[in-house]
Design a protein around this ligand. Sequence first.
Ligand SMILES: NC(=O)CC[C@H](N)C(=O)O
Length: 257
Amino acid sequence: MTEIPLIGDALAATIEPTLAGAKIGVVTFPGTLDDRDAARAVRLAGGTPVALWHADTTLGDVDAVVIPGGFSYGDYLRAGAISRFAPLMAKVIDAANSDALLPVLGICNGFQILTESHLLPGSMIKNDHLKFRCRDQILRVENNATDWTRDYASGQEITIPLKNQDGQYIADEKTLDALEAEGRVVFRYVGFNPNGSRRDIAGISNTAGNVVGLMPHPEHAVEVGYGPGSLDGFGVTDTDGLGFFTSVLNKIVGVTK
Ligand SMILES: NC(=O)CC[C@H](N)C(=O)O
């Protein structure tokens, strides 16, 4: 029987066996959709995913946390507004702000939860056109010094899927100016702003760069044949999202940049 390859040979060759010791917690809330894809992305990048439940009262021994996309608590009140009060979120907030600076990535609904939790500034509101939007989106990596972007080149353009209704990032002008000045605009939409986000912002970080949130979905672009690039028949952008997961894993195991 032939073993089915999970990943392309070229990609497999780049995976460090030592990364398997790094544990990435993936949080599930009632209504989360993308937890399994996030866990798979961690595994494909060489790490060990650990399932966390919103009602857990400990993070265990995870080295980083991913808050995946979906509709936690049905997006009731406002996307992320109820999730921020989950018992596990209290632990995530403490660990992210502690001296240990736990790396935390919020993807889409996860980004919404991070702004509601005040781990990241600003808010997410309805897309300016008031429709759900689903497309492959080009982003520019504006800051490759965060825990989640260190495997990208500064200014690198990547294509990953976007799918949401509350994707418009807003903040007051003072906050936006501070984010720009401090290099905390980590991703910007290129060519097309899909939701009216201020200054084309697709993702931001906290001051230390351990907490990152973005609307598009890197965990859906980690496998040859299944990412955005598969549509053009060449697959060149299929794994553009993998760098998020290798970045944090390399950081955890101490690979210097
Ligand atoms: N893909 C998602 O995570 C969706 C996020 C959110 N519930 C929205 O529609 O805006």
